[in-house]
Design a protein around this ligand. Structure first.
Ligand SMILES: C[S@@+](CC[C@H](N)C(=O)[O-])C[C@H]1O[C@@H](n2cnc3c(N)ncnc32)[C@H](O)[C@@H]1O
Length: 280
């Protein structure tokens, strides 16, 4: 079992996120980006749940901890699929006393054709926050569409970001691809981080996967605490990915199940690895 003394910033824990979240103090975290298993869609981790009610009960458990640790200025983002995102909101997220800000649509524009339904080309992201949260609109402006160039009201830095985010999925032949079955583009996490945190803030990543949220934390000088149950993902995907991104690290003997970046920020950082793991 983890305890608060063991918990360090810039650390990836090979552990159940609930164990990690429980150790964090109340109102101590600026931003949480959660990309949980979606419920019986893709990846072994999706099929550990037998029923929807079991899945939602589990979500309630880890979301309760997220709610507890979020600062009054904090923000919470949570991914989901079209099958479950409505239930997740009504039966889990809305039960807590925070503000429902947006349902963000990730439009990746591709997808398999289906006979009985329209092609699915979207995934969904709930954005909730505590009352004092404000997003940094200027940090995430997007280009205006063509036309209207003479319109003096236009902001020279670009249009404010809407709730439909266009970005292609990570295909196996992309440089960014890691082989993780549900890897999200780093750009999406980067947008949340730039909008909803500032340098030096603490970001919690309950489901680290391939590290798509960790990499932009490091690049943009945010602290993070991440959890991932699958040791193979940590050893063979996240750590090599940090290395590829030149987020440097060294190894230390350390307590079981902790991999930590112990210097404050990304590119000049140090990962504390532990016993079973070889340096990538
Ligand atoms: C949807 S994926 C996250 C993908 C990540 N956003 C990325 O782009 O790489 C969910 C991850 O959560 C991990 N996981 C499942 N249950 C977990 C738990 N209870 N605690 C921590 N990690 C868990 C899975 O092994 C999987 O890698």
């Amino acid at each position: 079992m983890l305890n608060v003394e063991q918990l360090k910033k810039n650390c990836i824990y090979r552990a159940d996120c609930i164990e990690v979240l429980r150790v964090l103090p109340e109102r101590s975290v600026d931003l949480i980006i959660a990309d949980p298993p979606y419920y019986r869609i893709k990846g072994d981790f999706d099929f550990v749940f037998q029923t929807v009610s079991e899945y939602l009960a589990w979500c309630t458990e880890w979301v309760r901890e997220c709610y507890r640790i979020l600062k009054p200025t904090g923000a919470f983002y949570c991914w989901g699929s079209s099958q479950m995102i409505d239930k997740l909101s009504v039966e889990v997220l809305d039960k807590f006393d925070w503000i429902k800000r947006n349902l963000i649509v990730w439009n990746y524009r591709t997808g398999r054709p289906a006979k009985a339904a329209y092609r699915n080309e979207t995934e969904f992201l709930w954005f909730y926050s505590n009352p004092l949260h404000e997003i940094n609109i200027d940090a995430i402006r997007v280009p205006y569409d063509e036309g209207g160039e003479k319109d003096k009201r236009k902001n020279p830095k670009g249009k404010s970001c809407g709730n439909v985010w266009e970005c292609s999925r990570i295909m196996p032949n992309y440089r960014e691809s890691t082989g993780h079955p549900t890897q999200k583009p780093e750009k999406l996490a980067e947008r949340m981080i730039l909008a909803s945190s500032k340098a030096g803030d603490l970001i919690v990543i309950p489901f680290a996967g391939s590290g798509s949220e960790i990499v932009p934390c490091a690049k943009h000088d945010r602290y993070f605490i991440a959890a991932e149950t699958n040791e193979t993902y940590v050893k063979h995907i996240i750590l090599p990915r940090l290395k590829k991104e030149r987020i440097s690290f060294t190894q230390h003997d350390c307590r079981k199940q902790q991999y930590s970046i112990s210097r404050p920020f990304g590119r000049r950082s140090e990962v504390t690895d532990h016993e079973a793991v070889q340096s990538p």
